[in-house]
Design a protein around this ligand. Structure first.
Ligand code: ATP
Length: 428
């Protein structure tokens, strides 16, 4: 078990480019921490610095309070699971899992190796496949063998580098659930790199969002979603992404492309003196007005021409094009580039109830509650509507949830049956 502390870590490669730029993070014992961001943001470099495969240019890396900057990877007792699994094709599943134990020559007798491998295989539902070769396994089974190898080592922490990116969508979903279950069950500190925000949101106790080597925000998935610190985090987290609309500040009115919104009193002071802001509204916060007779009193209603609708059974999306304010357009295009986007979307994406009868070509009546708006400074990208008190409340709640889940898993493992066996393996 381990607490991992990253204290102002910097990584500069040969050409002086800071791939990781002053990143500080406290990863708690037993926590599932995700490092996420678009391609090139430095997440793999950061993971490789933790495991010892990359030198640290400056800053301190501490594991359980001990500085380990100069410690060789094998002396850090961390288990890394790579994207390509790094399995040995000529060895059976059993021997692949046993490999790290055999490497520690003289540390484990044959009986102990057998017990550890069998217990891990049992947990990973690989018992039937122990004599097979990796080439004959499915992608998901290979993934589990790689995890088995990490489990038998009794490592202080698991480090994953995009472990699911080679799998098809269905298997990715299944493996995601398995990794989450395994991590909770073992209660092992885990650092997991992905560029996929869905993976980040579903797996992480906390998610560290990186952009160009700089940590933007590290928070629970819910805090990132509801209280993002800036445009980048707001745009990266959520699928479909948050809608960004340029808004002109006109006295006590915000003039958006499709609708005028009275400035909420809580916002007036924060946008005083600004001519333009960027308003962010999540797709699900727009509603079909005809289905919401009892909408909040201050809900804002407007009509908009619907270009395309997509009905998915449980929900549907409507796409509404709009003209963007040229002064803000440049900022939105820059954001799109940072997010690895596919060209600026000057369209509103609205997530409607599946019952909605809004169809393409309609002039739809929509509504939204202005208190769901996020408002951003168009120059700095800072979120002006972030509520620190609410963010603190969400953080405390998420931490309590995490501790409860760990406690539950400990209780389960001290109980009867297979749990007891597994826990014995891990704590041996
Ligand atoms: P991806 O998702 O594409 O793997 P990433 O977020 O994991 O991206 P890194 O691989 O950590 O990003 O790379 C971060 C930055 O460091 C990139 O700009 C990359 O070009 C640079 N970089 C990575 N490895 C080296 C290297 N060996 N020498 C020089 N620059 C490097």
């Amino acid at each position: 078990m381990a607490e991992i502390v990253l204290d102002h870590l910097v990584k500069k490669y040969g050409d002086g480019f800071p791939a990781v730029n002053d990143v500080s993070l406290d990863i708690a014992d037993g926590e599932f921490m995700i490092l996420v961001g678009p391609s090139g943001c430095g997440k793999s470099t950061l993971l490789r610095m933790i495991v010892g495969l990359e030198d640290i240019t400056s800053g301190d890396l501490k594991i359980n309070g001990k500085r380990v900057n100069e410690l060789a990877p094998r002396d850090r007792n961390l288990a890394m699971v790579f994207q390509n699994y790094a399995l040995y094709p000529h060895l059976s599943v059993f021997e692949n899992i046993a490999f790290p134990l055999r490497l520690q020559k003289g540390h484990h007798d044959e009986q102990e190796i057998r017990r550890k491998v069998n217990s891990a295989a049992d947990m990973l539902e690989l018992s039937e496949h122990l004599q097979r070769k990796p080439a004959n396994l499915s992608g998901g089974q290979r993934q589990r063998v790689a995890m088995g190898r990490a489990i038998v080592r009794d490592a202080d922490a698991f480090l994953f580098d995009e472990p699911l990116s080679n799998l098809d969508a269905k298997l990715r979903g299944q493996m995601r659930t398995e990794i989450a279950r395994m991590q909770r069950r073992l209660g092992v500190t885990t650092v997991y790199v992905t560029h996929d925000q869905t993976e980040a949101m579903t797996l992480g106790d906390r998610v560290a969002v990186l952009k160009k080597g700089v940590l933007q925000q590290c928070a629970s998935p819910r805090e990132l979603y509801e209280q993002p610190v800036n445009l980048f985090v707001a745009g990266f987290i959520g699928s479909p992404p948050m809608n960004f609309l340029p808004a002109r500040v006109d006295g006590s009115t915000l003039r958006l492309p499709l609708v005028d919104v009275p400035v909420p009193s809580s916002l007036a002071e924060k946008i005083a003196g600004k001519e333009l802001v960027i308003v962010g509204v999540r797709p699900e916060h727009f509603k079909d007005a005809s289905l919401h007779d009892s909408a909040p009193q201050d809900a804002v209603r407007f009509h908009a021409p619907v270009d395309v609708t997509e009905w998915l059974g449980n929900e549907q999306y409507a796409y509404i094009p709009f003209e963007a304010e040229p002064a803000v357009q440049a900022k939105l295009e820059e954001l799109d580039r940072d997010l690895d986007g596919e060209g600026m979307r000057t369209q509103l994406v609205v997530n409607l109830d599946a019952r909605s009868r809004i169809r393409e070509g309609d002039e739809a009546e929509l509504l939204f509650d202005p208190s769901t708006m996020h408002v951003f400074d168009p120059e700095t990208g800072v979120c002006l509507t972030r509520d620190e008190q609410e963010a603190g409340r969400i953080a405390a709640e998420s931490e309590a949830d995490r501790k409860r889940a760990l406690e539950r898993s400990k209780l389960r493992d001290t109980g009867a049956g297979t749990g007891e066996e597994s826990s014995a393996t891990i704590n041996a």
